[in-house]
Design a protein. Structure first.
Length: 462
């Protein structure tokens, strides 16, 4: 977060000036933030064909600045690329928010004879998330170029883009873009004239949510069921086919060339400290205009919804709750949504998360218990069954949530339900157990009176 002493720093060229008023209070209420966020200008957007209004393929991509002097980005060297990404403040856009430059630097600097690989996670299966498919459908060359730049920084010889099997159109677009890049000499032998050989492959998944987990994805890519591996060893040491591998998100890779061209300081000028850059937000649910939009990090949630999604159906006062980062993060009630900022740290302070930035809006017509029960059903279905707390716990969660839909439960079972989520959370190989537990925890944290009322009404009707 910004300290008071840092508020007077000069605004980077090209940004709007500080407003004279009002002073915004951060979500924590602990510090003042005199700089407003949001209102991203068109010239600062990375994804300039997000809605597919122009040619998505190579001729259109070249007009939009993709593949422009890519060789010059590579000849600076691996360390320069990684240091620029570190300085930009880019954090993973797939959910965890791990610093991208740091993650890329984990790959071995000196090869031990094994080839190194980049794997792009395009298995976009998180309910409410619809950003990576827009990139693959409308701006695929940004991803292909990003693979080359990121792969070079990691010392990788090839990239595998693992695409969710249901994304038929997106897969076709990616395969065409890759073929065009080979034809133009952008990838392959002596990629873009850099002296660096680099191949890109598009791989079709089979629709399992668990393959969004990096080691589950690697297992699937190798031809086995998508069941996450124990770590260590980590993929950067033993990944795809036992070789050093980095698995990263579509959006994370796709923004890399633009960051390198425009400079780390340009990207880091957006958003709050440790929450830098622009971000694709997917807004759906009870809004007047569901949309995927690129905006500045740290934009207020209320402004994001009202400016880009046409506002809540029936007006802001009709808002009941919002899931701010995809189905796996805890729900937030209206009073928090009034002021919370859309970035990693602000949402973490509110015991939720930015996740994939998939904003699901629910108005007062929503049955919150039934909504969270539906998510419990999803995670029960998608559990790979490898870990006992997840395999058994997601079924217990679902069964109890189904009873709570009608109120056929005891008040004491509310605390039992919360305890069950704690026994699942943090006790599994991968984060699917956490993802199943957190929506229920959010429901009990903010809507426990609703649950109690449902139980009491059921008893009164008997």
């Amino acid at each position: 977060m910004f300290r008071a002493a840092r508020l007077a720093r000069r605004i980077p060229r090209g940004r709007r000036s500080l407003p004279a008023s009002p002073v915004r209070v951060l979500s924590s209420g602990a510090e003042l933030n005199l700089k407003s966020h949001g209102g991203l200008r068109d010239q600062d957007r990375i994804f300039t064909n997000l809605y597919g209004e122009k040619d998505p393929f190579v001729e259109g991509a070249l007009k939009r600045g993709d593949w422009y002097r890519t060789k010059d980005l590579i000849v600076h060297g691996r360390e320069w690329v990684i240091n620029e990404v570190k300085a930009s403040g880019l954090r993973g856009r797939g959910g965890a928010g791990f610093p991208s430059g740091l993650k890329w630097s984990f790959m071995p600097k000196v090869s031990d004879g094994r080839p190194q690989f980049l794997v792009v996670n395009a298995d976009e299966s998180e309910p409410g998330t619809c950003k990576d498919r827009e990139i693959m459908r409308s701006d695929p060359h940004k991803l292909v170029e990003g693979c080359l730049v990121a792969g070079y920084a990691m010392g990788a010889k090839a990239a595998y883009i693992y695409v969710r099997g249901e994304f038929w159109e997106e897969i076709n677009c990616m395969e065409k873009a890759v073929a065009e890049a080979y034809q133009k000499g952008f990838i392959g032998k002596n990629a873009s004239g850099s002296g660096f050989d680099f191949d890109v492959y598009v791989h079709r998944g089979a629709g399992a949510y668990i393959c969004g987990e990096e080691t589950g994805l690697i297992e699937s890519l190798e031809g086995r069921p998508g069941k996450p591996r124990l770590k260590p060893p980590f993929p950067a040491n033993v990944g795809l086919w036992g070789c050093p591998t980095t698995v990263t998100n579509v959006e994370t890779v796709a923004v890399a060339p633009t960051i390198l061209r425009r400079g780390a300081s340009w990207f880091s000028s957006f958003g709050r400290k440790n929450n830098a850059g622009t971000k694709l937000f997917c807004i759906s649910g009870h809004v007047n205009n569901p949309i995927t939009v690129e905006e500045e990090m740290s934009i207020p949630l209320k402004e994001l919804i009202e400016k880009h999604a046409g506002g809540v159906r029936g007006g802001w006062d009709n808002l009941l709750s919002v899931i701010p980062g995809g189905a796996s993060v805890p729900v937030l009630p209206k009073d928090i949504c009034d002021t919370v900022l859309m970035d990693f740290d602000a949402l973490k302070e509110q015991q939720s998360g930015l996740g994939t930035a998939a904003v699901t809006v629910m108005d007062k017509s929503t049955d919150m218990i039934k909504a969270i029960s539906r998510l419990s059903s999803f995670y029960k279905h998608e559990s790979c069954g490898q870990c006992t707390p997840c395999r058994e716990g997601t079924t217990w969660l679902y069964n109890l949530m189904k009873r709570l839909e009608t109120g056929n439960a005891e008040i004491a079972e509310i605390d039992m339900l919360d305890e069950l989520t704690r026994q699942i959370e943090g006790h599994t190989i991968c984060a699917l157990g956490d993802a199943a537990a957190w929506p229920v925890q959010g429901l009990l944290r903010h809507f426990r009176p609703v649950v109690e009322e449902r139980i009491n009404n059921y008893k009164a009707a008997q």
